[in-house]
Design a protein around this ligand. Structure first.
Ligand code: CTP
Length: 406
């Protein structure tokens, strides 16, 4: 899955011959699952038509603050466009536009949007070789980089003038992979390792029967995916679950029983930076699991149960660098019970979900949580999809671990 999936990309096109390549650029972004909006400088429309780009991007293309042809003219709000974007890319970026960007000139919609944007801005220069080498162009490139705008260097080759040298806009495929790599290298959990437990555990009564619970694994899988999307290498230890996950950074380890989950968790815990235990681990298991199928009789069958080992508490007892997060599913006196678990199990934070809240807890696609950290700060969230809850949890953990590292 590309890091650009579901990202909002604002493509600014300026008047260089390389503008004809932006059709491919838009297609590549769309293929990766990104959403694209295009702004053109008026002169760039001589090189490629807005119709081509609006068809490919499936969005209207803007080039002026308002449309003169349209009687019900609507103001194209540069502030909204700037704030909409997760990433802005100016490609091709001409010497003229680069100089204006570097000096805060604001005489068209593209430049006004650039000045209003708060997101990372990439720019891919395209110009003739002598223009690219001119001290004023070099000054613009340096100045823009000092604003933390990101240069996608021009390449060498045959130029529109017939001259051969540096100044060609990077190829669309190379622009896309440059941006993907750049974003990945700056993710907040890049280089970090995260352990996640998920799903139920099954405790065998005999070879065909078990004690289990209704946990689906959805919450844990969503957390694993959110952590990987932030750049972490994730070890997802899952009890029996039919959830699927496909992410190159997630290593799935399937287990069945609490004992197996305990062993696997301890094996990975030593090396991780963050551990989030969301599994619904069985608290008890049959004292003796029969090796043959138990035959039906007319008399009552009594099962004797013994407690399983508490994985979370055992990790809390040995934790060093790890930021350890547990879950608490409560029905009454929720905050107090969760705080008790936080202390007892030596956690850095606990995620409370109350069965009193409609839509929270097991098997649902939604959850409603409160995060309590070890300073006993409480933060309550609204009912959301588990995917959105997982993002909230990861953002809270990233903010807290960042403070810890500082
Ligand atoms: N947990 C665990 N190992 C167990 C039981 C629970 O790692 N054997 C973890 C869960 O993954 C969760 C947290 O402990 O993160 C809370 O589990 P919960 O069952 O709510 O708490 P308990 O301590 O078992 O307390 P109680 O059942 O009495 O509420």
């Amino acid at each position: 899955m590309s890091i650009l999936k579901e990202k909002k990309i604002l493509l600014g096109i300026t008047a260089g011959i390389a503008a004809y390549k932006t059709a491919s650029l838009v297609r590549l972004f769309i293929k990766l699952g990104a959403e694209v909006k295009v702004i053109m400088t008026p002169a760039s429309k001589n090189f490629i038509t807005p119709l081509t780009l609006s068809t490919l991007s499936k969005n209207p293309v803007h080039s002026t603050f308002y449309s003169k042809e349209d009687e019900n003219e609507l103001w194209n709000n540069h502030v909204d466009l700037g704030l909409w974007a997760d990433y802005m890319l100016i490609a091709p970026a001409t010497a003229n536009t680069l100089s204006k960007m570097a000096n805060g000139t604001c005489d068209n919609l593209l430049l006004a949007t650039y000045l209003s944007s708060k997101c990372p801005v990439y720019f891919a220069p395209a110009m003739d070789l002598d223009m690219y080498k001119h001290p004023s162009s070099i000054e613009s490139l340096n100045k823009l980089q000092s604003f933390d705008n990101i240069l996608i260097p021009a390449t060498s080759g045959e130029l529109a003038s017939g001259l051969i040298g540096e100044g060609r806009m990077a190829e669309p495929e190379d622009i896309v992979s440059f941006i993907e790599k750049d974003i990945s290298s700056k993710l907040p959990l890049k280089g970090k390792k995260v352990l996640v437990t998920a799903g139920p555990t099954y405790e065998a009564i005999d070879p065909v029967r078990f004690i289990g619970n209704h946990s689906s694994g959805k919450m844990g899988f969503a957390i694993a995916s959110a952590a990987a999307n932030l750049g972490a290498e994730v070890f997802l230890i899952s009890g029996p679950s039919n959830q699927q996950i496909k992410h190159s950074l997630v290593h799935r380890v399937d287990v069945v029983s609490a004992e197996e989950m305990y062993d696997a968790s301890h094996m990975y815990f030593k090396d991780v930076d963050i551990a989030i235990l969301s599994a619904a681990v069985a608290d008890y298991k049959p004292k003796n699991s029969a090796s043959e199928k138990i035959k039906k009789t007319d008399t009552a069958l009594e099962l004797s149960l013994s407690p399983t080992k508490d994985i979370l508490a055992s990790l809390g007892a040995i934790k060093k660098q790890q930021y350890l997060v547990g879950f608490a599913l409560e029905t009454n006196n929720e905050i107090e019970n969760a705080k008790g678990k936080l202390k007892r199990k030596n956690l850095d934070a606990i995620i409370l979900n109350s069965l009193q809240d409609k839509g929270a807890g097991f098997a649902n696609d939604t959850n409603k949580i409160t995060i309590i950290d070890k300073e006993l700060n409480e933060k309550a969230f609204k009912l959301k999809s588990k995917v959105a809850v997982a993002k909230d949890i990861m953002n809270e953990i990233v903010n807290r671990t960042k403070k810890q590292d500082e």
